[in-house]
Design a protein around this ligand. Structure first.
Ligand SMILES: [Zn+2]
Length: 583
């Protein structure tokens, strides 16, 4: 039970939370900037400081008894008294376990500084051993340069110890480097400590600057988390030190850890500016869903591969209007793009297909070619198109050449020089001569089914939407049953289906995979708070539609936490409720 730590915002493994000290602290933050001379703030016996309410109270480290990790953990669990103020328990990476504290202070984190794999093991090891709504505190490690990547990994609490001590040693820390103070003719900072004339600026000032720089970086990190844009920052910031790049890549290998904590959509666009973008969860998850959940319902028509457009959704761009004009619904449009892979037209509004900005140079890197061709290969393996028409510029050809041997039909190229010239568009029109067009109704129905597939799981579109009709115009389709009762609506901004209660019932009764939150005997209005959750499916992600049910109510809403966090947490909003009925 944690009373003093509440997660408010999530961005992957990073969170903005409130730690309720006498003066509440919004994390990721420094929870103590006090440093004693020995630099041994947390190792002494006197760990409960005077005026305990004003500070995070650290329960004393009793030294590691002999025994297995489990025995050690047990001895900690019984040793700690109940405290009625924010508490942190000192744990080591090997023995971390749930002690019912608000925060967990890792005593041996310094040894992992400089080691990407080691730090990844440490953070994930502890993070997965403690409840989601508790703070993870790494003492003695934070610097202006590394703190953003550490927060990205899931660390909530830091102290200024290392930044301060480095300053007293004459190292001037910035987000990009650790300078020798004596080498700096000009101080590259405008904080109050650095306002002193250079000749009067001593090591004490240097230490003060380092702490200021650390505080400033943490403000940036909190802003980025709130905006859902920490990853975009990290891809640049991790470059400032090789071990941080290694740590980011190590984390990218931990797909399960990051994926569980990454929302299914975000308000912010993602910046595709580095090759690391290809490995981020949103990109990998979309590729996975397109190639394992989505199934083309137009594969009795020719496939027409086209380049993506800068304007989103693609169908509203000038170039795509020209392609559609030439195609006249006689072929299935699938866009090829880095970093997303392939985007069937029905999915053009889904996240992140219309939420990314990439650097367009007309040159593909080897990694991009490999990624997009692999997604295309997997996509084609699940479909059965009679023809493959590639209406793409020459720089897309290496991607197609990699998969030509894997498909039964030849790839037909229709672009002479540029896809939107009259000649190229004429070739495309001609190539589709004699092909049968599909109807608007077919297009709209298959869009609804495709959205259900990627959102809910393989087969969901057919399981839920055999019989239905649509009203309103794309991309704001409304889904109704044969009596006209609304079941769901397409959310144009994120390409999700949001269900009504009637839609929820249909989903519940179908063979499609459901996501369920089991609640206590109350009728939720507006939101379900974590203490009211009895159980929740583990595969629930932030932003997912969830069926909410308890002895007194049946409701449909949207997840605000991932499933495991709903079960573990004792504070915070687990799900928002859209519609509810009493039982
Ligand atoms: Zn400064």
């Amino acid at each position: 039970m944690t009373d003093y730590f509440e997660v408010l915002e999530r961005d992957g493994a990073a969170r903005v939370a409130e730690l309720r000290l006498a003066e509440p602290v919004t994390t990721p933050a420094l929870v103590d900037d006090h440093v004693d001379d020995a630099g041994s703030l947390w190792t002494g016996e006197q760990a409960v400081p005077d005026g305990a309410e004003s500070r995070l109270t650290v329960l004393p480290h009793r030294g590691l008894p002999a025994g297995t990790a489990e025995e050690v953990a047990d001895s900690f669990a019984v040793d700690y008294p109940a405290v009625d103020y924010p508490s942190a328990v000192v744990v080591s990476a090997d023995t971390a376990t749930d002690h019912g504290a608000d925060a967990y202070l890792v005593s041996d984190a310094g040894g992992s500084l400089g080691h990407g794999a080691g730090m990844k093991d440490l953070v994930l090891g502890v993070r997965e051993a403690i409840p989601d709504d508790t703070g993870l505190y790494l003492s003695g490690v934070a610097t202006p340069r590394n703190v953003a990547v550490l927060a990205y990994a899931g660390v909530d609490l830091f102290d200024a110890h290392r930044a301060y001590v480095r300053g007293t040693e004459g190292r001037y820390l910035t987000t990009d480097d650790a300078y020798f103070l004596e080498d700096l003719d000009e101080l590259p900072c405008a904080c109050p400590a650095c306002a002193k004339p250079r000749e009067e600026f001593d090591r004490e000032d240097c230490a003060a600057h380092n702490v200021n720089a650390l505080e400033a970086e943490l403000r940036r990190v909190r802003r980025r988390i709130r905006d859902g844009r920490l990853r975009d920052y990290i891809e640049g910031q991790a470059r400032q030190d090789q071990w941080l790049t290694a740590l980011m890549r190590e984390l990218d290998q931990q797909y399960g850890y990051l994926e569980e904590r990454t929302p299914v959509y975000r308000g912010a666009d993602l910046d595709a500016a580095t090759e690391d973008t290809l490995r981020r969860v949103e990109i990998q998850r979309f590729a996975e869903r397109v190639t394992t959940r989505y199934r083309s319902r137009f594969d009795d028509h020719p496939l027409v591969l086209v380049p993506c457009s800068a304007a989103k959704p693609y169908s509203e761009s000038q170039s795509h209007r020209q392609y559609m004009d030439a195609i006249q619904f006689r072929g299935h449009i699938v866009s090829m793009t880095s970093p997303i892979g392939v985007v069937p037209q029905e999915l053009e509004t889904t996240y992140p297909a219309q939420h990314y900005d990439s650097v367009v140079t007309g040159r593909w890197s080897a990694a991009e070619v490999e990624f997009v061709s692999e997604v295309l290969r997997r996509y084609l393996a699940r479909s059965d198109y009679p023809r493959v028409i590639a209406h793409v510029p020459a720089d897309y050809r290496p991607i197609l050449e990699r998969i030509e041997d894997d498909i039964d039909v030849p790839v037909e190229y229709t672009v002479a020089d540029h896809p939107t010239t009259n000649e190229s568009l004429g070739n495309l029109r001609e190539a589709l001569e004699g092909e049968v067009a599909y109807s608007k109704r077919e297009r709209e129905h298959n869009t609804v089914r495709a959205l259900a597939d990627v959102q809910l799981g393989d087969g969901a579109g057919d399981a839920l939407f055999e019989e239905f009709r649509t009203t309103s115009r794309y991309p704001k389709l409304q889904v109704r049953d044969d009596d006209g009762t609304q079941l769901a609506a397409q959310v144009p901004r994120y390409g999700t289906l949001s269900f009504t209660l009637a839609g929820a019932r249909r989903w519940d009764e179908s063979d499609a995979p459901t996501k369920r939150v089991e609640i206590d005997g109350f009728v939720p209005h507006g939101s379900v708070l974590a203490p009211g959750v009895l159980d929740a499916d583990e595969d629930i992600r932030v932003g997912d539609e969830v069926l909410i049910e308890g002895p007194a109510a049946y409701a449909i809403g949207r997840a605000q936490m991932h499933g495991a966090a709903m079960v573990e947490s004792t504070r915070g909003e687990a799900a928002s409720v859209r519609h509810v009925e009493e039982k």
